[in-house]
Design a protein around this ligand. Structure first.
Ligand code: UDP
Length: 375
């Protein structure tokens, strides 16, 4: 099969570039994916038993503060008014997460005002004498103090990453805001947020619906690359270490498994995501996707839930672990990638990065501008 550009992977990075290249440059693009569907880990579908739209790789909420990303993505979908709020269960009690004034007051059985709560938590933090946080644990304690850290963060993080939080980077916890007010929003950077009204898969269908784009599914690049004659460039969004045949060893990834259950209740937990902070509860969260689409008025005889458990599954890489060894090997892989003239690497797997969806879209738009415009 001959093409100008071959895009390996039909997730956001690959699909945005395919769309831009086909529609802006009028070039001929083939998109391949080893899975039997487009959309990467954002893929959504209607559950056959209940009719409820769900995200097969875990709940995804679109959120961004980038006007550029918002203007781009809304060409392909509208969003419903969903605002993400997460709760966490610790020793049988439900708290708000990320930590806010409600969490602090419930946990300490107080009625602090915002100023009182801030002073109280500052004192908790001072007890620890952390000058410059060097790892996840120190960073978390320097944000909320030890008791809240030990209740809501420590065990959850051990379950999610299977690592001592002292061996994880501080950047992971910096994703979560801490609030001394009653704001319940999960994201701190969300000028716009929601779930695509028609589901995520429809975004990808709309993006890739171009006369210049052909799609081949169930096609593993490493097994079928000889079938393609690529005249210009390859855009590779698979794992960077796999591309170079693991020359410097495998980069570590953490994965998840989702166990589906249909329950005979109208509403199982009253919210889309409930976290489980206790170490003796094996799962990290329960997802209940009916709450993502309140506008759909699902027939409510049954609800669909998913138990999320973290695991190591090299076939389904989700979260880059970023140990010191990973960091040093990544540097070596990146310099190999730089020298690979006709290949553009990108996306979560290609960059070995913990990206939100909007960051991938922005990276893809900027990559297109840098690599293809004004040349
Ligand atoms: N985290 C935690 N307790 C929670 C939620 C998150 O300890 O109830 C920590 C955990 O280490 C996680 C990190 O915060 O990896 C970032 O959480 P986020 O919800 O952003 O993770 P994601 O949704 O990307 O899995």
């Amino acid at each position: 099969m001959e093409c100008d550009y071959l895009v390996v992977g039909a997730g956001f990075f690959g699909s945005v570039l395919a769309e831009r290249i086909a529609n802006e440059l009028g070039a001929n693009v083939v998109v391949i994916d080893k899975r039997d569907h487009i959309g990467g880990n954002c893929y959504s579908a209607e559950d056959q038993e209940t009719g409820i739209e769900h995200h097969l790789y875990g709940t995804h909420i679109f959120h961004t503060s980038s006007q550029k990303v918002w203007d781009y993505i809304t060409q392909f979908t509208s969003f419903n008014g969903y605002h993400h709020q997460v709760l966490t269960k610790y020793k049988g009690v439900v708290y708000q997460m990320p930590v806010n004034l409600e969490t602090i007051n419930t946990f300490y059985e107080k009625n602090f005002t915002p100023t009182e709560a801030r002073r109280f938590i500052e004192k908790e933090i001072e007890k620890e004498n952390i000058v410059e946080p060097k790892n996840f644990e120190e960073k978390a304690i320097s944000l909320i103090g030890r008791p809240l850290y030990e209740a809501f963060i420590k065990s959850y993080t051990i379950k999610q990453w299977d690592k001592n939080p002292q061996d994880l980077p501080a950047s992971i916890i910096a994703r979560l805001p801490v609030r001394f007010n009653y704001c319940e929003d999960y994201f701190h950077d969300a000028v716009w947020q929601g779930v695509p009204s028609g589901g995520y898969t429809m975004i990808f269908e709309n993006m890739l619906n171009s006369s210049g784009i052909r799609i081949r599914l169930n096609c593993d690049y490493f097994e079928c690359r000889d079938e393609f004659k690529v005249k210009k460039k390859i855009i590779y969004t698979g794992p960077i270490d796999r591309y170079f045949d693991y020359r410097y060893g495998k980069l570590a990834w953490r994965s998840i498994s989702l166990e589906k259950k249909v329950v005979d209740v109208e509403d199982y937990q009253g919210t889309s995501v409930m976290n489980y902070a206790d170490l003796d509860v094996p799962y990290t969260r329960i997802h209940e996707p009916q709450h993502l689409h309140l506008e759909r008025n699902y027939a409510k005889k049954q609800s669909l839930i998913f138990f999320e458990t973290s695991c190591n599954n090299p076939m389904e890489p989700y979260y880059p672990v970023h140990t010191q060894e990973d960091k040093s090997n990544l540097k070596k892989y990146k310099s190999l990638a730089k020298a690979e003239g006709n290949v553009i690497f990108g996306g979560r797997l290609g960059d070995y990065a913990y990206y939100d969806m909007d960051k991938i879209i922005l990276a893809a738009l900027e990559c297109f501008e840098a690599a293809f415009l004004n040349v």
